[in-house]
Design a protein around this ligand. Structure first.
Ligand SMILES: [Zn+2]
Ligand SMILES: [Zn+2]
Length: 295
């Protein structure tokens, strides 16, 4: 885990690149599938050339701190130095008024884009295929609760994996080969869905069932202390940890969207990362206002 100061030193192996400061700007670049989750202000200027690598954008909701970067990102892919013909698809919660207005603005002010730009409304439960083949991956949208006027969604990146059926667990290699010869490979293996990454966007505490068994959970942690929260529309650190524990997060809880009131505590925030005893996963706090990468 490193905290690069500029795009020049962003690790090539990074899995996630995150910028998040509550109310100002939030976005998460998931490199494996070239996905940008939310597009807060500054996303394209910080991502630099990586802005051309993005294939899909998934928006959690329409607040300015999550969509303001779309204008520049869509523009730079049309005018900057890079592959100007790469398609881009933006997925967003259906019937979201603020995002619909943004789509109108962008459509009217970008009538001659060099690439294909598609807007796709989604509802909770919808699935988007990312890749096919041996280990297919897809995105599933799940409901979150933020403010009554904003339809909002979270997203899981899911991989379809194969495993030996439980009834063959003790079988010898020879017996397994015999079954395959007789009945085919499907007879011995079954598929299961593994959630690799879950992005919650802005939300009160996420229902654990929606992110059950995920490897990495990115959860709203606007407030480090319950007494700082005046309105019930974001989550606290204790709630993020509670959801991660109940969901059986396998690797890491990434606490993002931290309020800038805690910015002077950045060193403490980073030092606190990972230091929670009795948890089966690592806890990482994303310092507000800093580019942060997770390898
Ligand atoms: Zn926000
Ligand atoms: Zn919001």
């Amino acid at each position: 885990m490193t905290q690069p100061q500029s795009t020049d030193i962003i690790s090539l192996t990074m899995k996630l690149l995150i910028y998040s400061k509550a109310l100002y700007s939030s976005w998460v670049y998931y490199s494996a599938d070239r996905i940008l989750f939310d597009a807060g202000e500054g996303a394209s200027s910080i991502l630099g050339n990586k802005a051309f690598a993005i294939r899909r954008i998934f928006l959690s909701h329409g607040h300015a701190d999550h969509i303001a970067g779309l204008v520049c990102l869509i523009n730079i892919r049309n005018n900057g130095m890079g592959d100007k013909e790469k398609e881009l698809t933006v997925y967003y919660p259906k019937s979201n008024y603020l995002i619909s207005e943004m789509i109108n603005f962008i459509s009217r002010t970008n009538r001659r884009l060099s690439y294909s730009l598609e807007w796709v409304p989604l509802e909770a439960g919808d699935r988007i295929q990312l890749i096919t083949g041996q280990l297919p991956r897809y995105i599933e949208a799940f409901p979150t609760v933020h403010v009554p006027s904003e339809t909002s969604l979270g997203y899981n990146v899911v991989e379809v994996r194969h495993r030996l059926k439980p009834e063959f667990a003790g079988a010898s290699q020879k017996d397994i080969i015999a079954v395959i010869k007789e009945r085919g490979r499907e007879a011995i293996s079954e598929t299961y869905d593994q959630r690799l990454f879950s992005y919650g966007g802005d939300s009160v505490q996420i229902k654990p069932a929606y992110v059950q068994g995920t490897e990495i959970l990115c959860h709203d942690t606007t407030f480090l202390a319950e007494e700082d929260r005046k309105e019930y529309k974001h989550a606290t650190l204790a709630e993020a940890i509670a959801t991660a524990r109940l969901a059986g997060v396998k690797k890491e809880l990434i606490c993002f969207h931290i309020s800038s009131r805690y910015k002077d505590k950045v060193k403490e925030i980073v030092a606190a990362s990972g230091r929670y005893d009795g948890l089966d996963f690592k806890v990482t706090l994303v310092p507000p206002g800093r580019v942060f990468s997770v390898d």
